[in-house]
Design a protein around this ligand. Structure first.
Ligand code: NAD
Length: 493
């Protein structure tokens, strides 16, 4: 199927554009093509979005929200079909794909409810017969740039708060996962969203992404992806004085203390490390374990990870699907080789899987290293695959130090039954998300989502915090005294 750009409410055919294939990572099947757009498609999308924004901002927020309710109902109706398509283009197992679509539904309902809140503040003025308030105002056109690992959830985390707040959108999805963008666009159309309110431009990051970041009419950029790309976006966006919200890489850790419930820790680690084949931004990539329980935990982890079935995620018996493409497979393998060379002890996996049908897709074996140095490359860099490094520590203080001593700060977790340790840890772990007695994944959409240090630049997706990304504060003073009243002067004479 040939996917087209969606601009100004129309599917734009343009035979002059080159196309690129979209491949199912589970079996190499070609699912369709996308156009490799140029700067001129971004310019058209920005123009349509700017034109649409004037009237969209004047639609009362509760009425804008009605579109989101409609979108939520349509997402719900199509949940299974969307989940199947998501698994085909991205690879995650079907149960997780259903969960991701549900995240989109939850976000639509949550942000729709914001249409009747969007709270501002009223405060007393320091002068008589004067009223003071602050309201949230839309910024204008929002440029959204999204990755492939959560192709529907992340798009909804960004688009829905942007829309309910009165912005319009130019969105560049990842080339690996354009079908979710296509499906969402169809839903927007069916929900009757006015033309130009959401525009989708497919194409390469350096061409389409750069054109979005540079475009003078796109005033807010919301990016999720790798820290390398995010830094470029921040640099260019900064040069053009834009608001830039960045959600980037992670190197998340589960801490297992000597008093932990090991059954629970085991489940939490397996789910966080090998779910989505380790390609969640919040994936557990390090296990920081107290020396007294290390041997038992690693033995049990290896036994449990051996049972994980690897294959096409459409089969409900499969627990670990493919990784996104050949380049990802090679990158993961590269890190595994470095780990071996640097003396980490490989307990399980460590190889590309090519048996039978697996040869047609991109599969990496669930991999466990132990005795990993906390400062080694394996324990420091984002691998984005089903690979964990076990690091031994002797105390809670050392565990926290190891957790924090990486350049990223997205998610961390601690397993312990000691309330004192737990409260100390939640205070000192320097990540944007902390889990207690649960793995590093499992965010709920009504809480802020994002990270510190190399993971972000202080903004958050999701929750109320997302509204801060897509709105400006406007302070309004209404003087009904009928005379000039000077603040700081007339009331202090
Ligand atoms: P990526 O950085 O390669 O690409 C992200 C998006 O940026 C894509 O749409 C890509 O086409 C675009 N892009 C590429 N070059 C660009 C440029 N020069 N200018 C503008 N846009 C450009 O990331 P990816 O491989 O798609 O996704 C995986 C990464 O995303 C991982 O690092 C993961 O941790 C991160 N991620 C973070 C979060 C979070 O919330 N913190 C969530 C999901 C994924």
């Amino acid at each position: 199927m040939e996917l087209l750009n969606f601009i100004g409410g129309e599917w734009i055919e343009d035979a002059s554009l080159q196309t690129m294939p979209v491949i199912n990572p589970a079996n190499g099947e070609q699912l369709g093509t996308i156009p490799l757009s140029t700067k001129s498609q971004v310019e058209l999308a920005a123009k349509k979005a700017k034109e649409a924004q004037r009237s969209w901002a004047l639609v009362p927020a509760p009425k804008r929200a009605d579109y989101l309710y409609e979108i939520a109902f349509k997402l719900k109706e199509k949940k299974e079909q969307l989940a199947q398509t998501l698994t085909k283009e991205m690879g995650k197992v079907i149960e997780e794909a259903r969960g991701e679509v549900q995240e989109g539904i939850d976000m639509a309902l949550y942000m729709a409810a914001e249409g009747r809140r969007l709270f501002g503040e009223t405060v007393p003025s320091e002068l008589p017969n004067k009223f003071a308030m602050s309201v949230r105002a839309p910024i204008g056109v929002a440029g959204l740039i999204t990755p492939w690992n959560f192709p529907i959830a992340i798009a909804t985390w960004k688009a829905f708060p942007a829309l309910v707040a009165g912005n319009t959108v130019v969105w560049k999805p990842s080339n690996e996962t354009p079908f979710m963008a296509y499906e969402l666009a169809k839903i927007f159309e069916e929900a009757g969203l006015p033309p130009g309110v959401v525009n989708i431009v497919f194409g390469s990051g350096p061409t389409v992404g750069t054109a979005i970041v540079e475009h003078p009419d796109i005033r807010i950029i919301s990016f999720t992806g790798s820290t390398t790309t995010g830094s470029k976006v921040a640099e260019l966006g900064g040069k053009h004085l834009k608001k830039v919200s960045l959600e980037m890489g992670g190197k998340n850790a589960v801490i297992v203390m000597d008093d932990a419930n090991l059954d629970l820790a085991l489940e939490g680690i397996l789910w966080s490390a090998f779910g989505t084949a380790g390609q969640r931004c919040t994936a557990c990539s390090r296990v920081i374990v107290h020396k007294d329980v290390k041997q038992e935990l690693e033995q049990r982890l290896v036994e449990a990870a051996k049972q994980l079935t690897v294959g096409n995620g459409l089969d409900p018996a499969i627990k670990v699907g493919p990784v996104i493409n050949k380049a990802a497979l090679e990158k993961i393998n590269h890190y595994v080789q470095i780990g071996k060379q640097q003396g980490a002890n490989l307990l399980l996996g460590g190889e590309i899987l090519t048996d039978g049908d697996l040869a047609n897709g991109h599969y990496f074996a669930p991999t466990i290293f132990t005795d990993v140095e906390a400062t080694s490359i394996l324990a420091q860099e984002e691998i984005f695959g089903p690979v964990i490094s076990i690091i031994e520590v002797s105390s809670l203080e050392e565990a926290i130090e190891v957790n924090n001593n990486v350049k990223f700060g997205l998610s961390s977790s601690i397993f312990s039954q000691d309330v004192n340790k737990i409260f100390k840890a939640q205070q000192l772990l320097d990540t944007g998300i902390v889990y207690v007695n649960a793995g590093t994944t499992g965010a709920e959409i009504h809480l802020p989502f994002g990270g510190t240090k190399g993971t972000g630049n202080g903004h958050r997706d999701s929750g109320q915090a997302a509204l801060d990304v897509y709105t400006e504060w406007k302070s309004i003073y209404v003087d009904y005294s009928g005379k000039l009243q000077r603040a700081q002067i007339d009331n202090n004479a």
